[in-house]
Design a protein around this ligand. Structure first.
Ligand code: UDP
Length: 210
């Protein structure tokens, strides 16, 4: 299928602003507000950066993710199981139309995401709305993530398959071609680095920022 046809099909199936959950709706609303702001006042310069799934931590092991209560997101949940704070990971859904039946997402290193922000500063020299997807362009399944964490750290992650989580889409990843061609940004860090840095932070700080 040609790229053009593929994009056309995506727009028809998932038109911009059509969301699958309240969190997505809130993001779409903010995009719309900032887009309208730029339409109504051409002094404004706005960069809309669409984060895909940032994970990992600062390589020093000093700055990382410390969710309050039970983590909603996959990576902090895995690392809290690894450190013994949670008994097992529940994998939400095993019958999605993906290679292994679990959902696929586009995970990128949080340090690449930070670099994406620096790269985006240059586009603010010109007015209007500048929209960029920050992701690797590749989808990985929940089981890929669990297996990668175990391979890199050597720590077992017990898991069970649970019901699907409401609002989850089976698979999505970024088309990051525009950000690369216009800003020269690309997510360069590897999945192994994401796992190593997550584990360095979590194992050094089992209770987060205490
Ligand atoms: N997920 C899971 N168990 C968890 C947390 C997340 O199976 O305890 C799955 C979730 O259903 C999704 C993927 O992991 O398919 C990524 O979830 P996350 O919340 O990190 O990102 P999002 O769904 O917001 O892209």
């Amino acid at each position: 299928m040609s790229d053009c046809l593929y994009h056309l099909l995506c727009l028809l199936i998932y038109p911009r602003g059509k969301t699958s959950n309240p969190y997505g709706t809130s993001k779409a609303m903010v995009e719309q507000m900032l887009t309208d702001l730029c339409k109504s006042d051409d002094d404004w310069s706005v960069a809309l950066l669409r984060y895909f799934n940032p994970i990992g931590a600062h390589p020093s092991g000093l700055i990382g993710e410390d969710p309050k209560g039970i983590p909603n997101n996959l990576m902090p949940f895995i690392s809290q199981v690894a450190v013994g704070k949670r008994k097992e990971l529940s994998i939400f859904g095993s019958d999605y139309p993906t290679n292994d039946g679990t959902c696929e997402r586009d995970y990128l290193h949080v340090m690449d995401l930070a670099d994406g922000h620096l790269a985006a500063l240059s586009c603010l020299d010109s007015t209007g709305v500048h929209i960029f997807n920050l992701g690797t362009g590749k989808g990985l399944s929940v089981l890929d993530m669990v297996n990668s964490f175990v391979d890199v750290t050597g720590v077992e992650i017990p898991y069970v398959f649970a019901d699907r989580r409401e609002g989850d889409l089976p698979a999505f990843w970024a088309d990051a071609s525009k950000v690369e061609s216009e800003l020269g940004w690309k997510a360069n860090r590897t999945l192994d680095q994401m796992m190593e840095d997550t584990w360095r932070w979590q194992s050094n700080n089992p209770d987060g920022y205490m």
